[in-house]
Design a protein around this ligand. Sequence first.
Ligand SMILES: C[S@@+](CC[C@H](N)C(=O)[O-])C[C@H]1O[C@@H](n2cnc3c(N)ncnc32)[C@H](O)[C@@H]1O
Length: 251
Amino acid sequence: MFRLLRALINPAGGLRYHLRAMLYSPVLWRGFRKNIGAWLERWNPPEHRLIIIGQSGGYILNKTFLSRFQHIIAVDPDLLAALIFAARFRRTCQHITIVTEDFFITPEYSVAPLQDFLAKYGAAAVLLSNFLGQIPFLITDDERRRQLILFWHTHLVHLLAGRNWASFHDRYSSNQRPTQWRTLQTECRCSAETLIRYFYGKNAGGTFIDHETEGYFPNILFYEYSVWQLTPRNYHLIEAVYGEKSGQRTQ
Ligand SMILES: C[S@@+](CC[C@H](N)C(=O)[O-])C[C@H]1O[C@@H](n2cnc3c(N)ncnc32)[C@H](O)[C@@H]1O
């Protein structure tokens, strides 16, 4: 019961996120959904199973992409999110497994729970669905936040090795409206300066919130950046990146 309540008021999702999705997804999120849809189409992993971390109600995902998989394993502690996801995609996906366990925040600096969970689904691709950039907001203690983010920066990519994986996540957010809305594709990860200059021009000022996602994945991969207008006054710069089983660069 306590876990359920905590998930519902979870600052990375919960009721507030579902309410925002209801209000803003049909119009404000449409462009971003389209960009992520095109990027997912290019990822195109051959597996029939997909693990989605932080799927929420799947508001950013589309049926064409999800229908490629016979089995979706949706991992999000928010049970309401799981119910919404299952209801929205029950006709699209043959088999949906709901997992509400938290593998990232509660285990104290241990890769074992996530490693064991991934091992259970050996032949699955993994999509981190706008989750990594939320980690800083799930930990209240400053020192623990710093240590845990550093821990996952070090270990996550190794746990994903040998699989097809993809992640889209917040890099920065701000209440200033960008001046550029076209996606940016690069052959290596963009620095904060490059990113902000591209989306806001060279006279960009004001406050940008760093979602501390710069250290998760190798520098040399194909990266794509786009804007997600979360609310009328809230803009997120989203980084999308994927890697192949073989560890080779992909586009
Ligand atoms: C920004 S939302 C994701 C949006 C979603 N992918 C979509 O398509 O709308 C972040 C999600 O991460 C989830 N989350 C929070 N802690 C988590 C954890 N430890 N493991 C997996 N997901 C988690 C939240 O419940 C929330 O649904």
